[in-house]
Design a protein around this ligand. Structure first.
Ligand SMILES: CCc1ccc([C@H](C)CC(=O)N[C@@H]2O[C@H](CO)[C@@H](O)[C@H](O)[C@H]2O)cc1
Length: 821
């Protein structure tokens, strides 16, 4: 018992003792020799013990009850650093901070030591992480299933203004937050051919004879809820060769051959594809998707059997959410396992499959919709291709009945794209194989139903619902903005952390001068913290009193980072035209990675740094404008940025950003939003009130209309003097030491295509920004709007999103976990 108490006690003394114990017995170090990493590891293991107690009790409870479980299938989980989040959810952050201080250590510094698991690109991966936090906090039995990439999203360095990618060796110092479970390894097949035979009951049977077998090893990470005993599991798969050494080849002197299998297999979970929103169609990517899906489904069948539940109840036990099309092969793999491995008949297998899966679409961009060449697909997954043909046949029979004599529709809806080298359309497979389909914001779901998935909406209107995204207030408020959270709690208590709608109660203090001063002081504090970070990392001095205007997200032309650049150049031109002009001092802060192969996105990063080099040094500017590019934007850096923002840039072309989630995190931290009516901006504006939102730009309908009726961006260039001056300034080479060629591709694209309507939205954007500058001068008004923004963001908690999924799609109930051991 005392040993147990020392490993589960939550008071500062016990924690300190356990910490020193782990430094000694786990790290094998004593203070004189210990490195910061030793201290971090010792603390991590101390916290892990408290997690394990809840983890084991949770698993025991679920096993006993055979609880219905949500399985969240995602190729990406952008978890962020674990230490701080686990301290918050355990409710021991302050005790540990005090304990460490008493030992002469800084908890902040120890947190800095943790390599964040960057197992995702952006929005989709981070949403999965927020959802795991909410599932546990709401006591919903759930499993996250994905890939344990050896190398996550690349580390971004900036060299001479250009993005440079560095390998993300996140596991090099070990990972105290995971436990390997080799005992639950499974094997998956790849390649080869299929054979068909009649079994001794006269049934027509198929078998898959692979030409490669790979082992999948699960690594489990506990996901603790906030102030609850529930700790769910994130199960990530690593690929290994079944035999790590082939002695036969070795003995025949073929040393390379001896480890060839090992190398090939391990490549499968080697690295995350760094593309965000454009499918490359690489074989390894499909192999990765099939690998984790097959491992996960086999694992779920093992769990079912372990709880003596019949396979026929698979869909009763598990609700599987497909996080975009990346795991869509699941539909076929479950059919194969049920029919080929468990001799189930087609109808029953299909009923179970259809009722198990639900599909979330996260993007409208055509280039992001995955479709696999039949050739590639069939060579890697020959049995699955056969099953897809069968699924397609039966599906098209259904379509023909509902829409007779509509060949066009058949061709449009088929799982097979017959054009070119022929392709498998993964979004179609996901729609046909799922009982529910959802978009991630009201406007996005509407556009899916009206456009991208229109045929499927007409075929299955009952399947479609909207599930507006959300974010976890634990990491993005309590952990990353503790001062603001403490102020809020001091006014309305702390139950807002689990019931974000309660933030609304802050409205009663909106005109309370003392509260306003406190609110502004805390924002100022966060801005000063970020200013220090910028000084240390970018060697740029920024004024914390200036308006912090921030755009932090992946680089993509539809997100229009180059539109806010046009604003910066416009302000600069105004100053150059009249240095005494009255301008609200602004600090423009950018953060975000570009997919390594995305030339235009990388050129925009270069342009930001080039404009910064000139503007930040120009004496005429007198420090009134500063441009900062914060490198290596990730979850850890995001936690520094959201609390320090005055203005949140959400300026995508209407109809392009499915939802956005950064927009929610900025507003929850008191930033005001300048944005278009796109994605979740629409709902944010509805909640906070149009008078507290800086709206500009074309609506989705107007964009459709302009695109349909021939849009000539050059006309805007010729009719808007400030726009022309800004473009000419860039085109002249002024920001590139006179090299007019450098940014020509960007300028030419805007003058000739401008497929994202920057020029069409320029005037209204600039006018809106001038309005922003005017309001910022009235700090009382600004603070009032800032308080109202945060107070009215309750809807955008990922807890609300998860409650919607549980009610409408997963039909799953919370399970209460007692700490019995
Ligand atoms: C195949 C390459 C690839 C990789 C990732 C993706 C993701 C769907 C891109 C993504 O992260 N989409 C973002 O998802 C967020 C969560 O729903 C939304 O808030 C963003 O608007 C959407 O861009 C598409 C294609």
């Amino acid at each position: 018992r005392c040993e147990l108490s020392n490993r589960t006690g939550m008071d500062s003394e016990t924690l300190k003792r356990a910490f020193l114990n782990n430094l000694f017995y786990v790290q094998g170090k004593f203070p004189a020799l210990a490195t910061t990493n030793d201290y971090y590891m010792a603390l991590a293991y101390t916290v892990r013990d408290r997690l394990l107690q809840r983890w084991i009790n949770t698993a025991a409870t679920y096993t006993e009850l055979g609880s219905r479980t949500v399985a969240y299938f995602s190729a990406e989980f952008l978890m962020g650093p674990h230490l701080g989040n686990n301290l918050i959810n355990l409710g021991i952050y302050d005790q540990v901070e005090q304990g460490m201080a008493e030992l002469g250590l800084s908890l902040d510094e120890l947190q800095e030591e943790e390599e964040e698991p960057g197992l995702g690109n952006g929005g989709l991966g981070r949403l999965a992480a927020c959802y795991l936090d909410s599932l546990a906090t709401l006591d919903i039995p759930s499993l996250g299933y994905g890939i344990r990439y050896e190398f996550g999203i690349f580390d971004q360095d900036i060299r001479d203004g250009w993005q440079v990618e560095r390998t993300d060796k996140w596991l090099s110092a070990g990972n105290p937050w995971e436990i390997a479970r080799p005992e639950w390894s499974v094997e998956i097949k790849l390649g080869g051919h299929t054979e068909h035979y009649t079994d001794d009951h006269g049934n027509y049977r198929s078998r898959w004879v692979p030409d490669q077998v790979v082992k999948g090893i699960p690594y489990d990470t506990p996901i603790l809820g906030y102030q609850t005993n529930t700790a769910n599991t994130l199960r990530l798969w690593t690929a290994e060769a079944p035999e790590s050494f082939d002695f036969r080849s070795f003995n025949s002197g073929d040393y390379l051959g001896a480890v060839y299998e090992k190398m090939i297999s391990e490549n499968i979970s080697k690295v995350l594809y760094p593309n965000d929103d454009s499918s490359q169609g690489k074989q390894l990517r499909l192999t990765q998707q099939f690998f984790f899906v097959s491992c996960s489904l086999q694992d779920m069948i093992r769990i079912l059997h372990g709880q003596n539940l019949p396979l026929e109840n698979f869909h009763k036990k598990f609700a599987v959410q497909l996080n975009d099309t990346h795991p869509a092969i699941s539909v076929v793999e479950l059919m194969r396992l049920l029919i080929d491995h468990h001799q189930m008949d087609w109808e029953q297998a299909w009923t179970i499959t259809h009722q198990t899966f639900a599909y979330t679409n996260h993007t409208l961009l055509p280039e992001a919709l995955e479709r696999w060449p039949i050739e590639l697909f069939g060579s890697l997954l020959p049995r699955h291709l056969e099953l897809i043909y069968e699924i397609n046949q039966r599906f098209l029979d259904e379509v023909r009945i509902k829409f007779p004599d509509d060949e066009e529709r058949m061709i449009r809806m088929s799982l097979i794209d017959e054009s070119g080298e022929r392709y498998v359309r993964m979004a179609h497979l996901a729609c046909v194989g799922s009982h529910a389909i959802n978009g991630v914001a009201a406007l996005h779901t509407e556009l899916l139903q009206k456009d991208v998935l229109r045929d499927f909406y007409e075929m299955y209107p009952h399947k479609f619902t909207n599930k507006t995204n959300g974010v976890t207030p634990r990491r993005f408020m309590v952990l990353s903005n503790s001062q603001l959270s403490k102020l809020i709690t001091s006014k309305i208590g702390d139950s807002w952390i689990k019931n974000l709608k309660e933030l609304q109660q802050l409205e009663q203090f909106v005109d309370d001068a003392g509260f306003q001063v406190e609110w502004r002081r805390i924002k100022q504090h966060s801005k000063t913290e970020l200013a220090t970070y910028i000084q240390n990392n970018n060697n740029i001095t920024v004024d914390p009193d200036s308006l912090f205007d921030i755009q932090a997200k992946r680089f993509h032309e539809y997100k229009r980072q180059h539109l806010s650049l046009l604003h910066i150049v416009t302000l600069y031109n105004r100053i150059k035209a009249n240095p005494d002009i009255e301008i609200t001092p602004r600090t423009f802060i950018f953060g975000g990675k570009a997919a390594p192969g995305y030339f235009m996105a990388k050129l925009i990063i270069k342009l930001i740094n080039s404009v910064g080099n000139v503007v930040n040094r120009d004496p005429d500017v007198r420090g009134r404008l500063k441009v900062v590019f914060l490198k290596d934007y990730n979850v850890k850096l995001a936690q520094r940025i959201y609390p320090a923002a005055d203005l949140s840039e959400q300026i995508s072309t209407a109809g392009k950003e499915a939802s956005g989630t950064g927009n929610m995190k900025f507003a929850l931290n008191g930033a005001l939003t300048i944005g278009t009516l796109d994605g979740a901006n629409v709902e944010i504006r509805e909640e906070v009130g149009e008078e507290n939102f800086f709206l500009f730009g074309l609506t989705t309908e107007e964009v459709y209309h302009k695109r349909a009726h021939g849009y000539r961006s050059r006309d805007y260039y010729h009719t808007n003097a400030e726009l022309k001056l800004a473009i000419d300034r860039i085109a002249s080479g002024f920001f590139s030491q006179g090299d007019a060629e450098l940014f020509r591709p960007l300028v030419d694209d805007l003058l000739n295509q401008d497929q994202y309507f920057l020029f069409a939205d320029y005037a209204s954007y600039i006018a809106c920004q001038d309005q922003v500058a005017a309001v910022y001068k009235d700090q009382t008004k600004w603070t009032r709007m800032s308080i109202l923004n945060a107070a009215r963001m309750g809807k955008f908690s990922s807890d609300r999103s998860i409650e919607d999924y549980c009610r409408d799609i997963w039909k799953v109930e919370p399970v209460n976990v007692e700490l019995r051991q």
